[in-house]
Design a protein around this ligand. Structure first.
Ligand SMILES: Cc1ncc(COP(=O)(O)O)c(C=O)c1O
Length: 458
């Protein structure tokens, strides 16, 4: 591969001069060792171009659920590419896409059964939102265009999806999509309503109903939320929250979208997190773990009640088109990935390893900076705080967090270390690897707590 590129420059120079990493500031990329270049991966281990190994504590970006270096998926990709790589997504499909849509209907909760394929999570969210708006109009409610999302959530970075996202950057991209309102999310650590546990979740659900009423139910198209939001802090709501949302949306004619882009495909200990919430949404968005990242793919998976509008008005199609939707090679990769899930019982493994991971993380509570430990399945995190008593938060830009991140990485663990340190390894992770991940964070915490004692008040 490299012989095709005629240059004497080192790959690190090529990367520094020509690659635009999506969110890396130039003052880091410009440094000699600022941008790590990975060369290979096996199961839960990544190896960089200098031969150094790292444990992958976040599955790439909550993506590589089946683990790195899966020959079965690579073979399926190669075979499909040789047979047929692509057909137009406008009015054709391919054999693997049809098989995958069937498989998804089989494994998704309730009656979800119709997949609109896309290439990633943001596209899945854009698609779900547009389906909700068009279906509302087709039902005879053209003024139902508003979307309700939860503060702190993450739904992607394309313009529409970013409009629903907590960290939307008004200063660069505003004004955002018209008609979006945001509401409090479940939070068992610092509750917006000063309530604890289930009571806070119930209030958060009631707040959504009040928001629908305030906006005018005849103007609201949909409510969207991640079953358990990583971005909003991995707070696990009591299932009653989602059950109430289901009921509220039904009573007000609002479409309920569950964004399982991170939660889906075993991450939370069941195939989809909504199973644990006991609720079937009208539309579910998936991506990431669908192919374990071997090639990009996502989907907006709809219930029959959504697709019924297109059956009732058979001359109308969705006002939407993505060239790569249902890509044959991606669908073949997803099928091979899901076959691994079945053969290796990866969902049950996630539940089992999640319990073990959590038990090890609980021991980190003895650190003066660790305010909380929380999560579900192999989606866990610890929150570091300035003061355990007051729960005064640390910001991701505080020196404590920045230095913690550096130490964790130097010691060989790849993960996100903002004020929440994420633990979301591939579902094939072993107990030994979990122990190493936890002890790297344990040691790093001890070191930064010593060096930055002034930032920690507890
Ligand atoms: C819940 C959720 N939705 C949507 C997205 C956007 O996915 P993508 O980055 O593939 O566009 C993400 C990405 O992390 C996500 O976590």
């Amino acid at each position: 591969m490299t012989s095709f590129v005629a240059t004497k420059k080192k790959v690190s120079e090529l990367a520094r001069e020509h690659v635009w990493p999506h969110q890396m500031p130039w003052n880091v990329q410009a440094q000699d060792d600022g941008l790590t270049i990975f060369a290979s991966g096996k199961n839960s281990t990544l190896t960089d171009i200098n031969g150094k190994d790292y444990l992958d504590g976040i599955s790439g970006l909550w993506v590589v659920n089946a683990g790195h270096g899966r020959a079965e998926i690579a073979d399926a990709i190669g075979e499909q590419a040789k047979k047929l790589a692509y057909v137009s997504s406008v009015n054709f499909t391919s054999e693997p896409a049809a098989h995958l849509a069937y498989k998804l209907a089989e494994i998704t909760p309730g009656d979800l059964s119709r997949s609109y394929f896309v290439s990633g999570g943001s596209e899945a969210v854009e698609t779900a939102m547009k389906i909700a708006k068009q279906v509302q109009a087709m039902r005879g409610f053209p003024r139902r265009y508003k979307v309700i999302s939860r503060r702190g959530s993450y739904h992607g970075m394309t313009h529409g999806a970013m409009s629903l996202t907590g960290s939307r950057e008004e200063k660069w991209f505003g004004p955002f999509m018209y008609g979006v309102s945001t509401v409090p999310a479940p939070n068992h650590y610092r509750n917006d309503f000063g309530l604890e546990g289930e009571a806070g979740d119930i209030m958060a659900a009631k707040y959504i109903e009040q928001e629908i009423i305030n906006q005018g139910p005849e103007t609201v198209a949909c409510v969207i939320g991640e079953p358990v939001s990583s971005a909003a802090g991995i707070h696990v709501p009591n299932p009653i929250y989602w059950q109430m949302l289901r009921d509220i949306c039904d009573r007000h004619g609002v479409i309920l979208i569950a964004d399982e882009v991170i939660n889906g495909f075993g991450r939370t200990g069941t195939m989809f997190c909504m199973e644990q919430m006991g609720v079937t949404p009208d539309i579910m968005t998936v991506a990431k773990g669908l192919t374990s990242g071997y090639v990009p793919m996502g989907a907006a998976i709809c219930s029959p009640s959504i697709f019924a509008e297109f059956e009732n008005q058979p001359e109308v199609s969705m006002g939407h088109l993505l060239t790569f939707g249902g890509h044959a090679v991606a669908a073949a990769a997803a099928l091979a990935n899901l076959q691994i899930f079945e053969e290796e019982n990866l969902v049950a493994r996630s539940a089992e390893m999640g319990v073990y991971l959590r038990s090890q993380l609980e021991q980190l509570r003895s650190h003066p900076s660790v305010g909380d430990v929380r999560g579900i399945g192999l989606l866990q995190g610890i929150e570091v705080v300035k003061n355990k008593e007051t729960k005064a938060p640390l910001a991701k830009t505080d020196k404590f967090c920045v230095e913690l991140g550096k130490k964790v990485f130097e010691k060989g663990l790849v993960t996100r270390t903002w004020n929440i340190i994420h633990f979301a390894p591939p579902l094939v992770v072993t107990k030994d690897e979990i122990d190493r991940m936890v002890s790297i964070v344990d040691e790093s915490l001890t070191e930064v707590e010593r060096e930055f004692a002034h930032e920690i008040e507890g």
